[in-house]
Design a protein around this ligand. Sequence first.
Ligand code: FES
Ligand SMILES: [Fe+2]
Length: 331
Amino acid sequence: MAYFEKIKKFGVSGFVPEGWYWLVRSAEIKQGKAYPAKFLNTELVLYRGDDGKIRSFDAHCPHMGAHLCDGFVEGNSIRCPFHYWKYDENGHCTEIPAQKDIGNIPTLNSHKIKEAYGLVWLWTGHKDDQEEVPVIPELVGLPLDYQLGSHFIKGCHPNVVMINAIDVQHFRSVHQLVVDLEMKVTPLSDRCIQFSNITPLPEKNIFLKYIKRFYQKALTYEMTYWWGHTGSVMVGPDFLHFYIIFALRPTTDGRTEGQTILVTKQRKGLMGWLVNPVLLFATKLVGNYFAKGDTIIFSRINFKFQTPIRADKAIIDFVEHYEAQNPTAKY
Ligand code: FES
Ligand SMILES: [Fe+2]
């Protein structure tokens, strides 16, 4: 059997793994107003209640199907714009203005939502488990500063965009990197896999010899993937690592909608005030480089991994990891 015939999920539009997916920017969801959102074919309503928390339900009212985004937020509840039925924060109907007894009204189907890094994320898994929104392994537990970078559309599946970060051959060809990277694979959980470069910088010239002083072991380059759709990159010399999260989600027409998030450690006082904006700006430049470098190729690629070679080892590991993912519950 040819290698690509074994691939059932990787790069396949009909398969979406369960996980957290970014939906919208947090700042777009103002308190006291309802908003429409969409994940694949599922239409949602989002609103921020009086307590500041965002809630999400299926968009259409179980009475006659009005879109709840046209309704009214009251406290932590939402009222349908059509006949003014009111639903509480758990989606239970608590008021029907034209009728005293409420009777047996279906509960709104709710969605698990979290806010992190300035984005609203949607959990698409079967179980309401405790899995975290993607983290940067090196920064776990530390207070962070972050900024949203670019929003982009790519003409291919999110997995194909994600490959880019571990496709060591194309670093040479497309990006003309002078180092051959070799990625060590570490599965961090069933849903999270990490690739870290283990090749030191070569000492080919004076410049590289100088730069090498800042990399104790290998050239720092690490990519951590969650559900094959969101990944965080760590690059930079030992004394200063840059962190970028690429949050991707599939579209119904097989493309990718992405958002980069620039992250750095919180620094105290004047240091933080002066240094962090500069660092985040520098991180943005690194992020743009990764996000835009391969645009033309992604716009025309007809992804079919037909001829894997040894140099594709990291990609093969990524494909295998992805093939073991569970599908989303709904959506
Ligand atoms: S459609 Fe929502 S209350 Fe009638
Ligand atoms: Fe690239």
